[in-house]
Design a protein. Structure first.
Lengths: 113, 114
């Protein structure tokens, strides 16, 4: 398998649920990213990991918790979300966080009820 | 101030015709990179083309070319010989200097009709 994969592709959850989004990159990259895409808003960078260390946290609420166990995998743990958190969550990777082109996965469409 | 501006919310083009999608940017950093991505309805952001601020020539990738006008701070995407499969959202993005942030515009929805 090549590129960046994300699971699940669709997720519906209640406000009291706990769920996790998974991202895997098969490109040998060293940096991984989480973005949020809400309707009619530009993509918002949430988190950046470089060589498994978090280098960016863009004032994201604590109900979103990222985890990067190795350079190929990135998780986004979700708990007690709000309806306004409903969005498309996109994962990306690049060779390094400061100069490489970012390649995106297909995203997870999240609906919070 | 917005760093990336895409003024065309929607564009229509007939199959086989060329189309230009506008993008202007704002930065005081002499080193930056400009990107275009395509997002079909499936959601995936597909990288199309890259232009570095120091590149002397306009970038080209197949049917995609980037009309880079540095003095005007514009980086328009030109798609030649449009195909029905080109119908999608198109996003312009910029990275300033050695940062890890890609700043995206609000996108242009392109619809190609037969």
């Amino acid at each position: 398998e090549t590129g960046v994969t994300q699971t699940p592709r669709h997720l519906v959850m209640g406000m009291t649920n706990k769920k996790s989004l998974k991202c895997e990159q098969h490109l040998g990259h060293n940096a991984m990213y989480w973005y949020k895409q809400s309707a009619k808003k530009p993509l918002e960078l949430m988190f950046v990991y470089s060589l498994e260390e978090r280098v960016e946290n863009n004032s994201v609420p604590s109900r979103f918790s990222p985890e990067c166990p190795n350079s190929s995998h990135l998780f986004l743990h979700l708990h007690t979300l709000q309806p306004e958190d409903s969005a498309l969550y996109l994962c990306a990777s690049s060779q390094d966080p400061y100069s490489g082109t970012q390649y995106f996965g297909p995203g997870t469409r999240l609906l919070v009820l | 101030a917005q760093k990336i501006t895409q003024t065309q919310p929607g564009m229509f083009v007939q199959e086989k015709e060329a189309v230009t999608l506008d993008c202007t940017y704002d930065t005081s950093d002499p080193s930056y990179g400009l990107f275009w991505y395509k997002q079909p309805s499936s959601g995936e952001m597909i990288f199309l083309i890259y232009q570095g601020s120091y590149d002397q020539q306009n970038a080209t990738e197949g049917r995609y070319s980037l009309n880079f006008q540095k003095a005007r701070k514009s980086a328009n995407l030109v798609i030649s010989a449009s195909q029905l499969g080109d119908s999608a959202m198109y996003f312009c993005a910029m990275r300033e200097g050695n940062t890890d942030k890609l700043i995206f515009g609000t996108g242009t929805r392109l619809q190609v009709f037969p």
